[in-house]
Write a protein that binds this ligand. Structure first.
Ligand code: ZN
Length: 94
């Protein structure tokens, strides 16, 4: 999938695959997340990810609410998912 920055300065949620793989054993880009602001459920891969902020900032593609923030230090990862109500994570393939 293409996750290069577009003219609005964001990438799609596939930009989160590498950083999140350090924390979770499953690929979260295929998980379904529900936005805490508008209630729409979308795959994480469809989020708008801003990579030029301190850390990564992912916004809902429908209402632009911040759904996920991740900051990495040399020893820790900070993950704020307060903008996501629920995350449905597929655990089997196919
Ligand atoms: Zn939303």
């Amino acid at each position: 999938m293409n996750h290069r920055p577009d003219s609005d300065g964001y990438e799609d949620g596939n930009a989160l695959a590498g950083p999140l793989s350090e924390i979770f054993a499953v690929d979260l880009t295929s998980a379904l997340g529900r936005c805490a602001n508008c209630g729409v459920t979308e795959p994480v891969a469809r989020l708008h990810v801003y990579t030029r902020a301190p850390g990564l900032v992912a916004r809902c593609p429908h209402c632009a609410h911040v759904t996920l923030r991740m900051v990495r230090s040399p020893d820790d990862a900070w993950l704020d998912m307060s903008g996501t109500v629920a995350l449905r994570i597929p655990l089997t393939s196919g």
